[in-house]
Design a protein around this ligand. Structure first.
Ligand code: UDP
Length: 472
């Protein structure tokens, strides 16, 4: 009879809900599948379609298991299965509560299937104990990189933000390999909140469960942030495997039908700016207007992704903008094929909200960035890009906000002059050339990292071997 040791390794992935989590997770599942691992993704009814199409076209046998999100149980309307669909604070709290109620369903799945490992998002703090019940390791996938993990752990440990007298006074994050300054304004709400909420409970639980988990899978590569990869492992004593950039594994096919590529094909190398703020950030009309004015004033050619349908009254655009910009710029409404756009040789700069996937996709494509952090761990990412790697310039965003706060803000946070200045700085002149050559060098390192024998390729193999040895 065949023993389990001869069967392929089986890993179950349980990502957080939302589009930003879907993209890397599919790439990671494919990556493991390409190394002979049987992979299964667990998600909820509403989120399943985000996975099913890319899985079908992946050419790999990736299984999708669908569970029910307990909306009714916590008093949410049916279908609120992604954090960005919970539009009020009250709904958000209920949403977080609901994520803690998913445990029995995962318990049942693990009991039925007995995989070799459960990879679950950091916010499913309870997953470590559920996996332990079945004697399998739980790995964490944060969707972020080593630098923010080190920065936030040191902040929690040393609390330097409590020793300054105002929200705008800067402090140095203690104990890091580089001298990184921040302000309280730039920290996630969790650091500045004294009342306990469902969210703060969740963050605390996830910090505790991280200590007990088997380790962390990181979508990054060693050469990008080696000091921080070492710091995380050696100073905090945690196990971690860097396996990225996972987007490079999934080389984006250029959709020739898409008009923006046709347009890009006629542009000079590194001459076009790409502007996109990820899947969750929505700017107010007044902020979009400032962007439009800044873009026009800079004279740069651009592709600008705006999450808005076309309608009659476009108050977020200056009068006659689209006509004047004909040939100079393209506005994509809705979802853009970002990876393929960034990889196009005509793209010379990227205005980004500093979501980790976006940053790593730009790094992989060798594209310099203008950093405009908004929420989550994006202010840390800005420091990595501008101060440590030197492959971007800041636009000057100063204050962290939740995605909801941000979308209802009436006033623009960043003015058109600052946008114009940053656009010129990243595209024209000696500083721009220096930044571009650094970005290109990192892009080449990223490609080597995922090739046979590269640092990420080797770490992925090491992780697979490790999981195999646990089985024995
Ligand atoms: N993305 C895309 N098209 C869009 C917006 C986003 O393909 O119009 C992808 C982008 O390439 C990245 C992910 O969605 O892989 C966004 O993740 P990120 O971590 O940058 O930001 P988040 O959406 O989580 O804030």
């Amino acid at each position: 009879m065949e023993t389990k040791s001869h069967q392929p390794l089986q890993i179950f992935f349980f990502p957080y809900m939302g589009q930003g989590y879907t993209v890397p997770l599919i790439n990671i599942s494919k990556l493991f599948a390409s190394h002979g691992v049987r992979t299964t993704i667990i998600t909820t009814t509403l989120n399943a379609p985000l996975f099913s199409k890319p899985i079908q076209s992946s050419g790999f046998d990736i299984e999708l298991l669908v569970i029910k999100f307990p909306c009714i149980e916590v008093g949410l309307p049916e279908g609120i299965e992604r954090p960005n669909l919970a539009t009020t604070l009250e709904m958000k709290e209920k949403f977080f509560k609901a994520t803690t109620l998913l445990q029995p369903q995962i318990d049942k799945i693990l009991d039925q299937h007995r995989p070799d490992c459960l990879v679950a998002d950091t916010f499913f703090a309870w997953a470590t104990d559920v996996a332990a019940k079945f004697s399998i390791p739980r790995l964490i996938f944060h969707g972020t990189s080593f630098f923010p993990m080190c920065a936030s752990l040191n902040l929690l440990l040393y609390q330097p933000h409590k020793k300054v007298s105002s929200d705008s006074e800067s402090f140095v994050i203690p104990n890091l390999p580089d001298k990184i300054k921040m302000t309280r304004n730039q920290l996630p709400v969790f650091f500045n909140q004294n009342v306990e909420t469902e969210f703060t409970k969740l963050v605390k639980a996830s910090i505790e469960s991280e200590k007990k988990s088997y380790g962390v899978i990181v979508n990054s590569f060693y050469e990008l942030e080696s000091n921080y990869a070492d710091h995380y492992r050696n100073v905090f004593g945690r196990k971690a495997w860097h396996i990225g950039p996972v987007s490079l594994f999934n080389k984006a096919a250029v959709d020739e039908e898409n008009g923006c590529f046709h347009w890009l094909n006629f542009k000079k190398p590194s001459s076009v700016i790409y502007i996109c703020f990820g899947s969750m950030t929505n700017f107010s009309d007044s902020q979009l207007l400032e962007i439009a004015v800044g873009l026009e004033a800079s004279g740069q050619e651009f592709i600008w992704v705006v999450k808005k349908e076309k309608n009659e009254k476009e108050e977020w655009l200056p009068k006659g903008f689209e006509q004047r910009m004909e040939g100079k710029g393209v506005i994509i409404r809705g979802w853009a094929p970002q990876v393929a756009i960034l990889e196009h040789e005509a793209i010379g700069g990227f205005v980004t909200h500093c979501g980790w996937n976006s940053i790593l996709e730009a790094v992989s494509a060798g594209v310099p960035m203008i950093t405009w952090p908004v929420s989550a761990e994006q202010f840390y990412n800005e420091k990595l890009v501008t101060q440590i790697l030197g492959i971007g310039v800041v636009v000057g965003a100063q204050k962290w906000s939740t995605f909801e706060e941000n979308s209802v803000k009436r006033e623009a946070i960043v003015q058109s002059e600052a946008i114009e200045k940053a656009l010129t700085r990243i595209m024209v002149g000696g500083e721009a050339e220096k930044i571009r050559s650094k970005a290109n060098a990192l892009g080449e390192m990223a490609t080597r990292a995922v090739q046979v024998g590269g640092s990420s390729f080797s770490d992925l193999n090491a992780l697979i071997e490790d999981l195999r040895s646990l089985r024995a």
